[in-house]
Design a protein around this ligand. Structure first.
Ligand code: LLP
Length: 421
């Protein structure tokens, strides 16, 4: 459910018409809906009512300060994977006690800053990282609260580039070695073992792999107890998928129920790290049609947005619905088109063989849907295209929450060495 709807045949974000926004902000731009963000957060969080649980929003999905702050106001914590994301979370008002630092390789400086900020937990993903964190913590005269991220060797049945829980994936410590690593960790003076973490992948549309992984995790917590290692915090990661193309992912309530069934009896605090589910369908990428080219094989709709603005279609063959901002009337003919960007790569294609109104013309607007997660955050300046602005709507108000970068600013980042003068 989202708050992008046609009102009198024109797409609106809550109470704001998209063409009005386009006129004021220019195109392309990302547009997010506060009501949708809030709704998703609340529906997700309420699935864990009655459990001792914290929802730590995974900033990587969309780390705009305004988005984080919207969620922080509802009580969200943060899952961060870099010192940059940690600063974003803290700056948006999330308490350090609700911040978890995940990620496969943390630099010394990141560990130091995290320990200095006294965040809730650092999730450690390998033995060398554990040794390093112990060293840094001792050096600072501190004890680092940690979870070990365990790789449960479970196939999440998602796109190979976003599956993280299989033996061949770089993530976490193999579950078969976990007990031994926990015992090592417990013996380190700079380490305070508080938790266990898992994240098996993203865009999961079935509960079975989660169930398998969490059952394994519960068994490990019980086994650790027999070794005198008390786990207080279970970090279950994120990963619950959303509908991009008619998928029917499990609802948060069903996920919450499965969490209760698999780990509810352990008496631990539970952390959840949803990203996509909170922001994915709360955002669209709005773009203007520049040209329509009738080729011999195809009709191409050429947009002013490109793969640098939204990389998911070309990187993961991801499907994003594309709709005309002016709704097609009942009797309108639809044309079959490829929707492409202007970047010089064949992969710069948002969608193939899509249906858009036959009347679509240069100057018209389209919306690329479900672009709130892993959209703006993964954008680049490829082809020296400036970063796209982001807009947040709330009711009939809107605010530009990231300005359009100027091309001069972008070029200004380069430096010419003296010898070339
Ligand atoms: N926790 C950890 C440790 C993660 O690695 C991730 C995502 C999440 C939580 C949030 O997962 P979510 O709830 O959003 O599925 N760029 C890719 C997705 C990469 C996900 C990486 N990790 C995409 O556009 O599909």
């Amino acid at each position: 459910m989202n708050h992008f709807e046609y009102v009198d045949g024109v797409l609106s974000a809550e109470g704001v018409s998209i063409p009005d926004l386009a006129q004021q902000v220019g195109t392309p731009f990302y547009c997010y809906s506060t009501a949708t963000l809030e709704r998703h957060y609340k529906v997700y969080a309420s699935a864990f009512d009655g459990l001792d649980a914290t929802v730590c929003y995974a900033l990587k999905a969309n780390s705009n300060q305004a988005v984080i702050k919207t969620l922080a106001k509802l009580g969200a914590g943060a899952d961060v994977v870099s010192v940059g994301e940690m600063r974003r979370a803290l700056r948006a008002g999330i308490a350090p006690s609700k911040v978890i630092f995940s990620g496969v390789g943390k630099a010394d400086a990141e560990m130091r800053e995290a320990l200095e900020a006294d965040i809730a937990q650092i999730n450690v993903e390998s033995i060398p990282e554990l040794i390093e964190l112990n060293r840094v913590a001792l050096d600072m005269g501190k004890k680092a609260r940690i979870a070990l991220r365990i790789n449960p060797h479970v196939d999440a049945k998602t796109h190979e580039k976003i599956a993280t829980g299989k033996a061949e994936n770089k993530f976490g410590i193999d579950w078969t070695r976990a007990i031994e690593v926990y015992r090592d960790a417990a013996a380190m003076d700079g380490i305070d073992v508080t938790g266990i973490a898992m994240h098996i992948g993203s865009q999961l549309t079935d509960l079975t792999p989660f169930r398998e992984a969490f059952t394994r995790l519960a068994g490990m917590v019980e086994e650790l107890r027999t070794h005198g290692i008390e786990i207080k915090n279970l970090d279950l990661g994120g990963g619950l998928g959303i509908a991009y193309q008619g998928e029917t992912p499990p609802l948060p309530d069903a996920y919450g129920q499965m969490v209760r069934e698999t780990v509810g009896h352990l008496g631990c605090h539970i952390t959840l790290e949803p990203g996509r589910l909170i922001v994915g369908n709360a955002g669209i990428l709005v773009s203007r049609v520049m040209y329509i080219k009738d080729g011999e094989a195809k009709r191409f709709v050429i947009l002013d947005a490109a793969m640098n603005d939204l990389i998911r279609p070309t990187l993961y063959n991801a499907y994003h619905e594309i709709i005309a901002v002016n709704e097609a009337g009942d009797g309108d003919k639809m044309a079959t088109v490829d929707v492409v960007g202007p970047v010089c790569e064949t992969g710069d294609t948002f969608g193939k063989d899509r249906k858009l109104p036959d009347t679509l013309q240069p100057g018209d607007l389209v919306a690329i849907c479900s672009a709130g997660a892993y959209g703006a955050v993964m954008s680049s300046t490829y082809n020296t295209r400036a970063l796209t602005p982001e807009v947040l709507v709330s009711g009939d108000k809107f605010a530009v929450i990231r300005e359009r970068q100027s091309i001069d600013e972008l070029i200004g980042l380069d430096k010419i060495p003296g010898w070339l003068d």
